[in-house]
Write a protein that binds this ligand. Structure first.
Ligand code: C2E
Ligand code: C2E
Ligand code: C2E
Length: 89
């Protein structure tokens, strides 16, 4: 196992996401809302997403997964720990 522990989960801060301007956050907000709907998970302050979902979101945002991760960290939507989750990509 890695000395830093297991790969961290990608955890979206939904309250922070809701504060961001729609032109930036719109696609991610719609994606997260779809996952919440599929899971029936409406009450969370955070939403754990799949690694695969970050790949799909990177395509939507026309960035690499690493670039999108940096952007989401800058927005305060992802924890800086999330960097380690995309190293395996
Ligand atoms: P599915 O992919 O066929 O998954 C069926 C059920 O398996 C899920 O029901 C969940 O109880 C469990 N499951 C699958 N993968 C995981 C996992 O990585 N962690 C955990 N804790 N459980 C897992 P659930 O949650 O009601 O989701 C229903 C369907 O909604 C899923 O069917 C999938 O099609 C979609 N879905 C849910 N969450 C996500 C997501 O984060 N990303 C994507 N792309 N689809 C999702
Ligand atoms: P964790 O995955 O580190 O999640 C910590 C807490 O963050 C959870 O506490 C919950 O309050 C919140 N959280 C994380 N992801 C989501 C999400 O997608 N939706 C919502 N609504 N909340 C989320 P909680 O529920 O007391 O769970 C504590 C720990 O128990 C979790 O730590 C996880 O290790 C485990 N756990 C809980 N439910 C599941 C599950 O459905 N599948 C798996 N594999 N583990 C679960
Ligand atoms: P988790 O539940 O702790 O699952 C960690 C990893 O174990 C997942 O990473 C995935 O690689 C694997 N895994 C767990 N359950 C399943 C399963 O039923 N089928 C398959 N094929 N793999 C599984 P991943 O995909 O990056 O997901 C990260 C986290 O996102 C999960 O942590 C869980 O909190 C959440 N998640 C993902 N998909 C679903 C889902 O369908 N429903 C729910 N409720 N949560 C999900």
């Amino acid at each position: 196992p890695s000395p830093l522990g297991p790969t961290p989960k990608l955890v979206i801060d939904l309250e922070r996401l809701a504060q961001l301007p729609k032109d930036k956050a719109g696609p991610l907000a719609r994606y997260a809302a779809t996952i919440q709907s599929q899971r029936g998970d409406y009450n969370g302050k955070v939403l754990s997403i799949r690694q695969e979902d970050l790949r799909s979101l990177a395509v939507i945002y026309d960035k690499s997964p690493a670039e999108l991760t940096e952007e989401l960290i800058n927005w305060g939507v992802l924890d800086p720990e999330a960097r380690r989750a995309v190293e395996s990509f």
